[in-house]
Design a protein around this ligand. Structure first.
Ligand code: KG4
Ligand code: ZN
Length: 329
């Protein structure tokens, strides 16, 4: 059973984890505060921060795990999807480290890893299960038939759910990253405002219209409206996004007959989505699964657990492997 060091650097968090026999010994990250003053991730700065953070982070993760370099059986990394300049840092660091140690490398798809977050702690969902993966870059409904066998059965045709949260927060003048801040305000408000919901066929999603709908609504109001109604506005946006997500999830259950259900990705940290997902599960007799908070937002433990299963299947990458900004599951 392997000991694996995993690196995640697809966006603005540098993350490193060590897993021994599929158990997480340490799951650490260095977040990049620098982007807040720009109201969003600046790719060039993210890349530079990864460069600065990666070695100290890997050293600390080894120390915390009480693991020395020679104990490692493989080095895993996120190959994509993500920001090219960010991915390059993690991919090349992992490849160089593996050459130095003469160890194999394992490449991991970031979106597959968000689903894989469900394999870290028991109980894990039974196959086949459906996973609604909602992050800052993606919104996907994934049908999972085995640890590494998954198929996207629905996805956003424009913005991701996390982007919708972040853009709405920005419209309300809230600091970046907007999703968690909007969530906090929503906790103290009521969803009294109505925003247009998209009409997209099948199991696909659309969120770009929501931003326009909020913008037009707010523009028509008198000065000071947003400040005075901030909590209720946040609660209304949050309810609309959660409605859209759970309506499609219900449709996916009807179409597939699968009642083993999971959510993952950064937006799965949203308290209203978690609450209503569980509530729906109880009402419809579904088995619902939500990863621990730290395994919802970007982390390297989820990269490590997918790598663990790839290791068991002998699925190693070649040193010629490069990052992919777009990388389908
Ligand atoms: O998975 P993730 O950490 O990174 C990506 O792969 O994109 O997801 C980040 C997204 C951001 O859009 C962030 O605003 C959103 O997840 N997010 C939330 C919450 N926590 C994180 N959105 C709503 N409510 C939250 N509590
Ligand atoms: Zn992610």
């Amino acid at each position: 059973m392997p000991t694996i060091l995993a690196i995640e650097s697809s966006c603005d968090d540098t993350a490193c984890a060590i897993l021994k026999e599929g158990k997480v010994l340490a799951n650490m990250q260095a977040s990049q505060a620098i982007h807040a003053e720009f109201g969003g991730v600046v790719p060039e700065l993210a890349s530079r921060e990864h460069m600065k953070n990666i070695w100290p982070l890997v050293t600390t993760t080894l120390k915390v795990s009480d693991i020395v370099l020679q104990d490692l059986d493989a080095i895993a990394f996120t190959r994509g999807p993500g920001l090219m300049g960010s991915l390059i840092v993690g991919v090349n660091f992992a490849k160089a480290m593996a050459i130095g140690l003469q160890k194999p490398i394992i490449e991991v798809n970031h979106m597959q890893a968000h689903v894989g977050a469900h394999y870290i702690d028991q109980p894990i969902p039974k196959f086949p299960f459906l996973c609604l993966t909602v992050s800052g870059g993606h919104t996907q409904l994934v049908q999972v038939t085995d640890y590494l066998r998954m198929e996207v059965i629905g996805q956003s045709i424009d913005d991701a759910a996390g982007e919708a949260f972040d853009k709405a927060a920005k419209l309300f003048g809230l600091p970046y990253p907007g999703g968690p801040v909007l969530n906090k305000h929503a906790n103290n408000g009521n969803p009294i405002f109505e925003f247009a919901k998209p009409r997209v066929g099948g199991l696909d999603f659309s969120f770009s219209g929501l931003k326009t709908s909020i913008l037009y609504y707010v523009q028509k109001q008198p000065e000071g409206f947003v400040t005075e109604n901030l909590n209720d506005l946040c609660a209304s946006v949050q309810k609309t996004i959660v409605d859209i997500l759970l309506t499609k999830l219900q449709k996916a259950v009807e179409q597939t007959g699968i009642t083993e259900l999971a959510i993952g990705g950064g937006v799965a940290a949203n308290s209203e989505l978690r609450r209503r997902f569980q509530e729906l599960g109880v009402k419809n007799n579904w088995n619902t699964f939500i990863p621990k908070f730290e395994y919802c937002t970007d982390n390297a433990a989820m990269i490590g657990i997918i790598a663990h299963h790839k290791y068991l299947g002998g699925d190693f990458a070649d040193q010629s492997v490069g990052p992919l900004a777009r990388y389908a599951i």
